[in-house]
Design a protein around this ligand. Structure first.
Ligand code: EPU
Length: 422
């Protein structure tokens, strides 16, 4: 098994460039299935979830040409099949976007149940409720979701809870439906706006993305023939902002949209570090131990669950006792057991955790239990005295492009040791 080996005790300093957003890219790539034409997408992060998404598209008959490692031209004129290979779809969560996209295009989709990080129960009942409301018949059996429809007709769909995945999937399924679809209690994350912008650039008529009511006027065809650049990844930007706080560092985080990070900035200021916004970059600098702070994760524009483990590292090192309440996932505190191996003092129970701040962390062998847990452990390893080794990198590679190169570029002593060398 590959591992990351970090020699810690480093104050991070310098500039880092943020990649395109994972959670936008993994929706935009399947969304190209709705286009009867060619489009070019740039600012795509080179991460494994994107690579597998692209492979699935090829299996379905799309032609992909990589112009650079971060730009691809996709020709979806000859889609031959609506059955996504099950072994591939089970490797990542966002494979569920193939259901909305294939249903929209072919009125038929067979997709294996999605995989991804184990964060507790991850039902897709709201996605299914949306597809059924549009007129599809959906069956889940033997590890597969089969959706078919004679035609899709727009309607009003009220989501029982704010769901990123269901909002995007219903948008995908309804873009080519007859009439108007209204999604109420929709999620408002920047990547939802990005997917809507992408579809509109290709000829769709989606209004209200970024608010909690989205209106989709069905169109006959998406023509493509244009290019689109994926929005910067606010979670990656937030990860580096928190790395600056934890290491008492000084980082200029470039190619991001500062306003997407307002809730994190508020917490960083509360923790006693400094944040300056420029047009498309954020400067974060700290010169003292973080203050304690309490966090409750919520849908956007609340504090993102995907930055909870990374801020957890700062709170593990804070001056005083902090509490995190996780508002989205049942099981997002697995990383706390790993941080405790490094000398943290965290008690997690259910969806809450108490962080008794310690002055120092110490290197230890730890495991990336999920994607954001992995990012948190890298930050902890950079702060900690001595050597930390992190295994189970498959999670980290799903969502962060060139992560060790980026951290090395700002002063971290981090190396990837590949299997044969261990
Ligand atoms: N939920 C349901 N039924 C549904 C859908 C969701 O009960 O049909 C519940 C979930 O169990 C959860 C809540 O609603 O408690 C929110 O789930 P959501 O659907 O918003 O999550 P998701 O679409 O599966 C995306 C991101 C996650 C991120 C969440 C929340 C992708 C591919 N994944 O997941 O990202 O944590 O939104 O913001 O976009 C990550 O990047 O590390 C990651 C886990």
């Amino acid at each position: 098994m590959d591992k990351l080996v970090i020699h810690g005790g480093t104050r991070l300093k310098g500039e880092v460039i943020i990649s395109g957003a994972k959670n936008a890219a993994v929706a935009i790539i399947p969304a190209t299935l709705l286009i009867d034409g060619i489009c070019t997408i740039s600012n795509i992060p080179a991460i494994s979830d994107v690579k597998i998404s692209c492979k699935i598209l090829q299996e379905l008959g799309a032609k992909l040409t990589w112009n650079t490692p971060n730009e691809v031209t996709i020709d979806t004129r000859n889609i031959t099949c609506a059955n996504a290979p099950i072994d591939m779809t089970s490797k990542f969560r966002a494979s569920y976007y193939l259901i909305g996209s294939l249903l929209g295009r072919c009125k038929s989709a067979v997709v294996g149940l999605p995989g991804g990080c184990n964060l507790g129960a991850r039902p897709i009942d709201q996605h299914i409720k949306g597809f059924e409301a549009l007129g599809a018949n959906v069956e889940v059996s033997q590890g597969k979701i089969t959706a078919t429809a004679k035609k899709l007709v727009g309607t009003s769909i009220y989501l029982d809870m704010v769901s990123v995945g269901a909002t995007i999937n219903i948008m995908l399924a309804s873009v080519l439906a007859q009439g108007t679809t209204i999604i109420e209690n929709a999620a408002k994350e920047p990547h939802i706006v990005d997917v809507a912008n992408f579809l509109n650039a290709m000829g769709a008529d989606i209004r209200g993305a970024g608010t909690d009511v989205i209106k989709i006027n069905g169109v006959e065809k998406l023509v493509g023939n244009t290019s689109y650049s994926v929005v910067p990844d606010q979670i990656e930007a937030g990860t580096f902002m928190l790395a600056a706080v934890a290491t008492k560092g000084d980082l200029l985080i470039k190619n991001c949209i500062p306003e997407h990070l307002d809730c994190l900035t508020a917490k960083i200021l509360e923790m006693g570090a400094n944040v300056e916004y420029n047009d498309d970059s954020i400067h974060v600098f700290a010169n003292k131990r973080p203050n304690k702070a309490n966090i409750k994760t919520m849908p956007y524009p609340g504090f993102p669950t995907d930055l909870q483990p990374q801020i957890g590292v700062c709170l593990a090192l804070a001056n005083g006792t902090s509490i995190i309440n996780e508002g989205i996932w049942d099981s997002r505190f697995q990383y706390t057991a790993e941080l405790n191996k490094m000398g943290a003092n965290i008690t997690a129970q259910g969806k809450s955790a108490i962080f008794e701040g310690v002055k120092e962390l110490y290197g230890a062998p730890v495991e990336a239990t999920d994607l954001r847990a992995g990012a948190a452990l890298i930050i902890a390893g950079i702060v900690a005295k001595g050597e930390t080794s992190i295994t189970n990198l498959v999670h980290i590679d799903r969502g962060y492009e060139n992560i060790e190169e980026k951290f090395r570029g700002i002063g971290a002593n981090i190396q990837r040791v590949v299997d044969e060398e261990i």
